[in-house]
Design a protein around this ligand. Structure first.
Ligand code: 4UV
Length: 514
């Protein structure tokens, strides 16, 4: 077996809960502002954050929801997000994070699948939340900025502070269930334990060198593992400051960078493109920025270099995957190779495996990237088959990405073996869109693949077998059941979908047709 071990000194992972790790970082400087609500300027100190977390844990314990319950959160990035996330964790529960742009059927599916007993949201999403809860076991609705009419408000769920972390087994207890389609099929609950998150914060802290003076404008959504671990957990743990932004808007982003003198930008490739090319950037003072960090989708070396030059900052990439809590690779400031996702974080091993022969490949050759380390998920919720397909013997996670590692350990993502489509860094699972299309009357078969797109990275394209159906009908159908970024941008009507003898869609053949 040819193992590429991380070139960095190993770290030891503390045997604590993810919230104990957070509190270790925050304790002693309770007066420091650590979260600011970008649009309103409302500030939260470390002390207030810790009290609110303990008060929510106490309130939910008094209601009998904690310990043990699974609580869903459907919200954009707001200062209350870490309160809910860590309140549940401190009280011994599990959080499942839902994309707030989801339609009611998508929310309903996740509530049911994750076994959520409570849904926490904001008034903007109250209506869709109520619709989604119908017919599920999710009984309690919390509207953080509302309440009434059968819903609880924030004050209703806050109680006497729970002074100590609810006991648990940190290597086994699942603290969060984000959803990911992994290498195939529909989105699945990814079981991440306290240990997984504590490990990944520890591993990335050892590389990222974040200090309490650092500030980031947090638009990467906390429901997705990138924003969750890097901004919410790593940044707060290092007592650095996050300025929350509920959704991305270039003008607001630049204004907040200037106003708060942000030091690090955590972005995805489409934002890098805008920052490298948009004339509006020149209207703002961005001289405070010292590092620009991109991940979640491929970014070419040219754009990576261009955005760094324009900002006079280090421009680097990292690589992550929900199933890896998420970080396995990132770049340190002094060892930049544009186009590379960097070297493995500490205590992480990699293999490059020939997808056909399953033989290990040496440095410089391209194969599937396999990862082993304390950040690798426990498995997929209620899905031993998908878990077994993804986890190879010896605790290796098969990423479904084609990569190459050079002699110095720098990793380059070359292509994707798995079905996944990445729209602006967001996951679009072809199987989910195909199932939605097949549920439309008159559609007998469908296949969805990604097409390269200059702005979004990739966009979904549908091939449908539906002789009697109009494209407008398909579009209207998707409106009702899929979040916008999953909608096919283009429909091709075909006589049949090419499939292998075992019934697998031959996506390569479809790709060749584009
Ligand atoms: O599961 P997921 O949606 O997860 C992510 C996580 C990305 C992160 C998070 C924290 C970081 O610090 C960081 O650098 C990156 O996206 O999707 C996982 C898939 O996204 C693609 C690849 O196909 C993964 O299997 N992907 C992620 N990062 C890169 C990438 C990258 N740097 N280059 C190319 N593809």
């Amino acid at each position: 077996m040819a193992i590429f071990a991380s070139p960095r000194a190993p770290v030891s992972v503390p045997d604590t809960s993810v919230t104990q790790t957070l509190f270790e970082g925050l304790t002693g400087r309770e007066d420091k502002v650590v979260v600011i609500d970008g649009p309103s300027g409302r500030t939260v100190t470390a002390g207030a954050l810790m009290s609110q977390i303990k008060a929510l844990a106490g309130g939910l314990t008094a209601r009998g929801i904690l310990p043990g319950g699974t609580i869903a959160i459907l919200a954009p990035n707001i200062p209350e997000y870490p309160v809910v996330f860590h309140g549940v964790a401190w009280g011994g529960g599990t959080v499942t994070t839902i994309n707030p742009t989801y339609t009611a059927p998508e929310i309903q599916h996740q509530l049911q699948d994750a076994g959520a007993v409570m849904l926490v949201t904001i008034s903007m999403f109250e209506e869709v939340a109520r619709t989604a809860m119908v017919g599920t076991d999710c009984r309690d609705l919390v509207v953080l900025d509302g309440g009434g009419n059968g819903a609880l408000g924030m004050a209703d769920v806050m109680g006497a502070e729970l002074p100590e972390q609810a006991p648990g087994d940190w290597a086994k207890d699942v603290v969060v269930l984000p959803y990911s389609s992994g290498t195939t099929g529909r989105p699945k609950g990814v079981m991440l334990t306290h240990r997984n998150l504590v490990a990944n914060v520890t591993q990335s802290a050892a590389v990222a060198d974040i200090t309490p003076d650092d500030k980031a404008i947090a638009f990467l959504p906390f429901f997705h593992i990138y924003g969750m671990t890097v901004l919410m957990n790593l940044f707060l743990n290092q007592r650095a400051m996050i300025i929350t932004m509920p959704r991305f808007d270039l003008e607001m982003y630049l204004r907040l960078i200037q106003e708060h003198r942000a030091t690090r930008l955590y972005i995805v490739p489409p934002v890098a493109l805008a920052l490298a090319k948009h004339p509006m950037v020149d209207d703002y003072d961005v001289s405070s920025v010292k590092q620009i960090f991109s991940g979640a989708a491929p970014m070419g070396a040219e754009i990576e270099a261009a955005v760094g030059t324009r900002f006079g900052a280090n421009s680097v990439q990292g690589y992550g995957m929900t199933e890896l809590s998420p970080i396995s690779h990132m770049t340190q400031g002094d060892s930049i190779r544009h186009g590379s996702s960097g070297q493995a974080v500490p205590s992480t091993e990699c293999r490059i495996v020939d997808p056909e022969t399953l033989e290990d490949l040496p440095a410089g050759l391209e194969g599937e990237l396999w990862i082993r380390g304390p950040q690798v998920m426990k498995g997929y919720l209620n899905n031993p088959d998908a878990t077994a397909e993804t986890m190879a013997e010896g605790d290796w996670l098969r990423t479904g990405d084609l990569a190459e590692i050079d002699e110095e350990g720098f990793m380059y993502i070359r292509d994707r073996l798995k079905e996944l489509i990445k729209y602006k860094g967001f996951q679009v699972a072809p199987a989910e869109v195909e199932a939605a299309l097949c549920a439309c009357e008159g559609v007998t078969d469908a296949a969805v693949i990604g097409r390269i797109d200059a702005e979004a990275g990739e966009v979904p394209i549908a091939f449908v077998v539906a002789p009697e159906v109009e494209e407008a009908t398909l579009r209207a159908h998707c409106e009702g059941c899929l979040a916008h970024y999953k909608h096919p941008v283009d429909y091709r009507f075909v006589d049949s979908v090419p499939k292998s003898a075992s019934g697998k869609i031959l996506r390569r053949e479809l790709r060749d047709k584009l």
